[in-house]
Design a protein around this ligand. Structure first.
Ligand code: 5GP
Length: 194
C-alpha cells in the first residue's frame, strides 16, 4: 500500500515549480491537453491584478487581498504564499475532490507553496523547470514586458531564490528547446498516468 492509498486518494499530485518566465504554464497546459481528462490543472486564486488577456476563472480566480485573507481564515487553501507581493493559493476543495475522483492534479506553484504541500502530500511528484541560463531567463522575463521595472527586478531577485530550491525536486527539466521540454514532461507523466 502506498501513501496515495493510505489517504484514499486515487489520483496523483504533480507539483511544477521554477522561476517566473521559465515556461511552466506552457508546459503544464501541454500536459493537461495531452492527458485530458485524466490530468487536470488546479486554477489558483490570486490577489494579483489580471494581465491583459487573462480571464477570471481561466488562468486564475482573481480576488481582492481582503477576500483572500478571509479565505485563508476559512482554511480554503491547501497551501498559499505571498509571491512578488501578491497572494497566491491552491483551493483545497478542488484538489481533494479531483484526487478522490481518481484524476491527477497539476499544481503550477512557487517553491514556498511547493514545500508546504509536499509536507502534506509527501508522495507528490515534484518537477522543477530550469532555464538554459540565468541570462536567458532575464531576456525572457524582459521580453514578456508585462510588468513594471520594479516588478521586473523583484521577479529576477525571486528567480535566483527559486533556483536555489531545485535540489528539493525529484525531476528537473531544462526548457531550452520547448518541444524537447514538452517531451520530457510527457515522459514523466507517462510513468504515472495510464
Ligand atoms: P504569475 O503572477 O507570473 O502568474 O505567477 C507568479 C508565481 O506564482 C509563479 O511562480 C507561479 O507558479 C506562482 N503561483 C501561481 N499560483 C500559485 C499558488 O496557488 N500557490 C503558490 N504558492 N504559488 C503560485
Amino acid at each position: 500500500m502506498n501513501d496515495r492509498d493510505n489517504k484514499s486518494q486515487k489520483g496523483y499530485l504533480f507539483i511544477v515549480s521554477g522561476p517566473s518566465g521559465v515556461g511552466k504554464t506552457v508546459l503544464c497546459n501541454h500536459i493537461v491537453k495531452k492527458f485530458a481528462p485524466k490530468v487536470v490543472y488546479s486554477i489558483s486564486t490570486t490577489s494579483r491584478v489580471p494581465r491583459g488577456g487573462e480571464t477570471d476563472g481561466q488562468e486564475y480566480n482573481f480576488c481582492t487581498s481582503q477576500e483572500f485573507e478571509t479565505a485563508i481564515k476559512q482554511n480554503a487553501f491547501a497551501e498559499w504564499a505571498s509571491v512578488h507581493g501578491n497572494y497566491y493559493g491552491t483551493p483545497r476543495k478542488f484538489l481533494t475532490d479531483e484526487m478522490n475522483s481518481g484524476r491527477h492534479v497539476v499544481l503550477n506553484i512557487d517553491v514556498q507553496g511547493a514545500m508546504k504541500i509536499h509536507g502534506e502530500y509527501p508522495e507528490a511528484i515534484m518537477i522543477f523547470i530550469l532555464p538554459p541560463s540565468f541570462e536567458e531567463l532575464e531576456n525572457r522575463i524582459r521580453k514578456r514586458n508585462m510588468d513594471s521595472e520594479k516588478s521586473l527586478k523583484n521577479r529576477l531577485e525571486n528567480a535566483r531564490k527559486e533556483l536555489s530550491y531545485k535540489e528539493k525536486y525529484k525531476y528537473t527539466i531544462v526548457n531550452d528547446d520547448l518541444e524537447l521540454a514538452k517531451a520530457e514532461m510527457e515522459n514523466i507523466f507517462s510513468e504515472f498516468v495510464d
